[in-house]
Design a protein around this ligand. Structure first.
Ligand SMILES: [Zn+2]
Length: 340
């Protein structure tokens, strides 16, 4: 299976996890293709760091190959507001594809402080990418900070549903207005409003657009929110969760992505956002299968659709029968389970 959205840490965050450990755990859960996000420490926002990160991924592939796991590592490059940096990243993408699978933009601050805040500043990114002839995937973390309510006590109230819909609409407008020729990917979509915005954009047909949903936004609503079960975007009201669930069946959601993002227990207690993700992927497969989803659709959501959208010609093993031993193996690999 393919996981098109993981944060494998390592480097200055090796105490959270290493690339090797993350891919091993993913492999035990049945995943063989991983797309790693660039908000690492140091971040993957220059060519040299990207090449170092690829070396690390490739050496983890080799180590896991010795254990009989045929896994494949791919990397997103991070976008900053600097025009020269964007040109460097587009060139690196062209040179290093498919190892480099696409670009990532954070439209709000999250782990790593890579946020590009404001619709106007984001417009400049689309303009640059279009001028540079970028035709790959631009994955965007969509939350609009103007809609944040920092005085609220609950995390999910501080970053409400409206902030996601507004940011998704900004991205679509910016992409349409600049004639963006790549694929706009809405990462971890979590609200009915954002799903409707994606549907409208597809009807309009001016921009290629995909979206991914995470296990936590598919299976949990904000009643489950605690210090440990906390992430960005946050858990949503049940009406949003249900909209995401239904969008897996009606074809609006293109793939399920774990947003695997481990921390230590102490960091979680200190407020860090993010959860380990492979266990949730298995629980999601089980829930969707139990609800009658056909195997062909499961294979699209967990294996083929992401590879197709990125234009990566790689084989991904099919969705396995999920048994308790697999879920336990994924669960045991981390200091806490989000799902208990
Ligand atoms: Zn993420």
């Amino acid at each position: 299976m393919t996981d098109a959205h993981v944060h494998l840490r390592d480097w200055n965050q090796s105490h959270k996890e290493t690339v090797l450990h993350g891919m091993l755990t993913g492999a035990l859960a049945g995943f063989d293709v991983f797309f790693d996000m660039p908000n690492t420490n140091p971040p993957v926002t220059d060519r040299k760091t990207a090449e170092k990160r690829l070396e690390l991924g490739i050496s983890a592939e080799k180590e896991l190959g010795k254990l009989g796991h045929d896994v494949h590592y791919h990397l997103y490059l991070g976008i900053t507001p600097c025009a020269g940096q964007i040109a460097e990243m587009v060139k690196a993408y062209k040179d290093l594809f498919p190892r480099v699978c696409g670009l990532k933009m954070f439209a709000s601050q999250s782990t790593g402080n890579m946020g590009i805040i404001g619709k106007e500043r984001q417009l400049e990114i689309y303009r640059s990418l279009t001028e540079l002839g970028y035709t790959g995937v631009l994955a965007v973390h969509c939350e609009k900070e103007e809609f944040f309510r920092p005085d609220e006590t609950r995390h999910s109230d501080r970053r409400p549903s409206e902030s996601e819909e507004a940011s998704v609409r900004d991205q679509i407008e910016n992409a349409e207005n600049t004639g963006f020729r790549g694929t706009l990917h809405i990462a971890h979509i979590s609200t009915k409003g954002a799903l409707d915005a994606v549907r409208e954009a597809r009807r309009c047909g001016l921009v290629k657009i995909t979206c991914g949903a995470t296990p936590h936004h598919i299976l949990l609503n904000r009643d489950s929110e605690t210090d440990l079960i906390k992430m960005n975007p946050p858990l949503r009201p049940e009406s949003d969760r249900l909209a995401v669930w239904n969008a897996l069946f009606d074809g609006t959601v293109d793939w399920v992505e774990s947003d695997h993002a481990p921390h230590t227990m102490d960091e979680k207690r200190g407020g860090a956002s993010g959860l380990p993700g492979f266990e949730g992927m298995l629980l999601t497969i089980k829930a969707l299968r139990d609800a009658g989803m056909p195997e062909s659709r499961l294979n699209e959501l967990f294996c083929t659709n992401a590879l197709k959208a990125f234009g990566i010609n790689e084989k991904s093993s099919p969705v396995p029968q999920v048994n308790d031993a697999m879920i336990d193996a994924a669960r045991r690999a981390y200091p806490f389970s989000a799902w208990k």
